[in-house]
Write a protein that binds this ligand. Structure first.
Ligand code: FES
Ligand code: FES
Length: 157
């Protein structure tokens, strides 16, 4: 079947099998390998991408049913540069496998203003769907809070 969708700002037309997951389309057909697969069943958040303004597990989304423009970790790289730097500077990543999904989810969190990022517990709850086996999360939370604070006060005020 032929589908059309927008990925990282570009209109794309692809011929896919009907059951193709968005994750596989992104990784195997489009070369966007920043999006990772771990559990493959919606539990871990490694495959998180943005569809419209929502952060979704791309392993659970059929490519043909994708109902909005898709942004992957590659697509948000420029907008999330401060967030990515904060992850690196504050020890928010170790092996890095979970990092693209966490960065996408955290970027959506900061952009949406859907939680009080000054509250560490609120950030922790918001990121609860993104598993990390390495960091223990404290550094991840600190990185997200640092980036969120910088965004709120870009002049360092
Ligand atoms: S690989 Fe999609 S949620 Fe784990
Ligand atoms: S940094 Fe290794 S799983 Fe998160």
């Amino acid at each position: 079947m032929i589908i059309k969708l927008v990925v990282n700002g570009a209109q794309t037309t692809v011929d896919i099998a009907p059951g193709t997951r968005l994750l596989d389309l992104l990784r195997d057909r489009m070369g966007l390998i920043g999006t990772k697969e771990a559990c493959g069943r919606g539990d871990c958040g490694a495959c998180t991408v943005l569809v419209g303004d929502r952060a979704v597990p791309s392993c659970l989304v059929l490519a043909a049913r994708t109902d909005g423009p898709v942004r992957t970790v590659e697509g948000i790289a420029a907008d999330a540069s401060a967030l990515r730097e904060a992850f690196a500077d504050r020890g928010g990543l170790q092996c890095g496998y979970c990092t693209p999904g966490l960065v996408v989810r955290a970027h959506q969190l900061i952009e949406s203003g859907e939680c009080d990022t000054s509250e560490g517990d609120a950030v922790r709850r918001a990121l609860a769907g993104n598993f990390c086996r390495c960091t223990g999360y404290n550094a991840v939370i600190a990185a997200v809070q640092h980036a969120a604070a910088g965004r709120a006060a870009p002049d360092g005020a």
